[in-house]
Design a binder for this molecule. Sequence first.
Ligand code: SAH
Ligand code: SF4
Ligand code: F3S
Length: 443
Amino acid sequence: MKIFIKTYGCQMNERDSEAIGALLKSSGHTLVDTENDADVLLFNTCSVRDAAERKAKGKIGYMKKLKLRKPDLIIGVMGCMAQRLGDQLLAELPHLDFVLGTGQLHRAPEAIAEISAQRKRFAAIDVAPEEIDMLGAHGNTSWSAQIAITRGCNRFCSYCIVPYVRGREASRSLESILTEARALAAAGVKEILLLGQNVAAYGLNGDIRPPAAGHSPFAELLEALNEIPGLERIRYTSPYVSYFNDRLIEALAKCRKVCHNIHLPLQSGSDRILQAMNRQYTARSYLDKVAQLRSAISDLTFSTDVIVGFPGEEESDFALTRDLMNEVGFEQAFIFKYSPRPGAKSALLADTVSEEEKLRRNNILLDDLQHRISTKLATLTGSVQEVLCEGVSARNESRWTGRTGTNFVVHFEPDATVVPGAVRQVKITRSGGVSLFGELIQE
Ligand code: SAH
Ligand code: SF4
Ligand code: F3S
């Protein structure tokens, strides 16, 4: 059958969709790019904020029209919102055929077969821990690929729905990750992105205490991946700040292929709010860790996630967040307006900050960020950067785009030898508001 998959939410969801797509292809189905061409529509959904759920529900609701025209159309909803709402989704959306929770994704081929044999709607949201290694399949490989190394989360930050919809944290075996990475490298992949809700907790068996000094299975994983011939770059997202011990920092500094960019979610710069969020660090300890990392790796860049308008966030708390962001000098940041999630602890607290005020705080942080990025980019003019070439620039067909290990986007005029995945030296000639421009250095 012809299957259309639409993905909402994070990179973990994108990765899951890719694996499900590959699984479906190996069961004899084909993947199509538009819903109009499809016999089956699959929606892989997100629950992290109310807006994420509304967006998916809106789209799925709209598909009712298509189903009226094509009564045989099969519609399935998977992933985090499916897990959270289960049967409730079947009740809300009468044209929906099945719901597969996050532990049931590997059953997509079976679900489609069942529905086409007998139209009996169902929701399956049981937890299935064995699924962890069943989603290792990849689609058409290019120069980059994502590898899920852990699933679930045990941290229970008070605002967050992820531990409830993704279940308990579990790590894949080192061997299965290495096998997957070696196969990808052999197929021409140059950059891998390791995924997990807290990648630095890899191999700690779900223990939420930061690892003992000298112990970091994640460091061991990075060292092993660093040895794989053909791979040029290793990225990872996201680590939780308190897991960066000496052992891990030493590995990051030593492994040539591990990129000098860390996405290090901050959430707030106010200790009072961090505590209410159940984030187990303080503004001071976060800053200390950043300083320690920078002293080990001098050109390290940082990006982050911040929530504005958490219950009880006063102007003074917000000011602390703003100051801390400027102090770290994040090169990238994702700012989110707090959204209460039914089921998560903070949903019991009054949502005290108005939508308007959340937006105002959001915009202030975005303005700061924009200013910081352009200032930082300007300092790179004249430098030579190692760039992994990605492909033709989306905005200007005569240029190519690539990325530095520190995660800056660089535009340059290609030469005849440039291919996606090639690593080249680029002399930076000027900077823009969000990216750099440069010339290839002929070697
Ligand atoms: N596991 C990742 C984050 C996954 S969710 C980590 O801890 O690093 C991605 C981001 O969404 C979070 O970092 C947080 O900033 C934001 N987020 C999560 N729940 C939210 C909520 N209820 N309202 C607003 N933003 C939220
Ligand atoms: Fe959510 Fe916190 Fe887990 Fe990240 S670490 S997924 S924010 S509970
Ligand atoms: Fe990701 Fe959204 Fe689920 S952020 S883990 S898809 S709730």
